[in-house]
Write a protein that binds this ligand. Structure first.
Ligand code: ZN
Length: 224
């Protein structure tokens, strides 16, 4: 077993090394481009904690999470990383020089984005060392306004006390006309946001928000 990045050990996001790529495998990882017989399921760490703490929603009620086909066995990309790679392949420029801000970066997706030599990528995170900006996204005075052409902020806002403040900061640092990927856990059957940053008990957070360090669950919003 090896660990993809620091939090992976704690959260059980470890994968078996599979150096052999079978070119006749039926699937392909959109992040590392390798052929895959089957993706790996979500770590038991999550499944057991959700069950033990009484999280009331079924796997199929969550959006953009595939419990059975979660991780790429080669690069460790999650299902959402693979989704973003499909989208980014369509959206990222191949020639124009652009500046991209990657908040709480995923290592597999970082490797994918770094193949674009026209993209300068800056990283930000409040908890992980080695990033360009060690910041709380609710307040990022280190980053000038109207700076970035593109930003990625995946599964960060559900950890943040005031997500509206964070969204305001993300908007501020994005150039006019810029774009980004901002994703959060969504329960499709919720009819309103369930949030309470005052809840600090980890067991209650697992039960109510689906993870020990989450403070909200989002519902699906339909735009007509
Ligand atoms: Zn992969």
């Amino acid at each position: 077993m090896f660990i993809i990045w620091d939090m992976a050990g704690k959260e059980g996001r470890t994968i078996q090394p599979q150096p052999i790529e079978f070119t006749n495998a039926p699937y392909k990882c959109s992040v590392c481009q390798k052929q895959v017989f089957e993706f790996l399921p979500l770590a038991q760490y999550y499944i057991e904690n959700l069950r033990n703490h009484g999280f009331p929603y079924k796997p199929e009620e969550g959006e953009t999470i595939n419990f059975e086909q979660y991780l790429c066995p080669h690069c460790g990309a999650s299902d959402r990383d693979r989704l973003y790679a499909c989208y980014l392949k369509e959206k990222l420029p191949h020639d124009d020089l652009v500046l991209l801000l990657d908040i709480a970066p995923s290592l597999p997706l970082s490797n994918f984005i770094n193949t674009y030599k026209n993209i300068t990528r800056h990283t930000a995170d409040m908890l992980v060392e080695g990033v360009d900006f060690a910041v709380d996204i609710m307040n990022m005075p280190e980053i000038n306004s109207d700076t970035y052409d593109i930003l990625i902020c995946s599964h960060v806002l559900e950890h943040v006390k005031d997500d509206k403040k964070a969204l305001s900061e993300l908007y501020r640092v994005l150039k006019p006309g810029g774009w980004g990927i901002i994703m959060v856990p969504i329960i499709l059957t919720l009819d309103q946001i369930d949030e309470d940053p005052q809840v600090t008990d980890e067991s209650e957070r697992w039960r109510r928000f689906g993870q020990f360090d989450h403070v909200r669950l989002q519902q699906q919003i339909r735009f007509c």
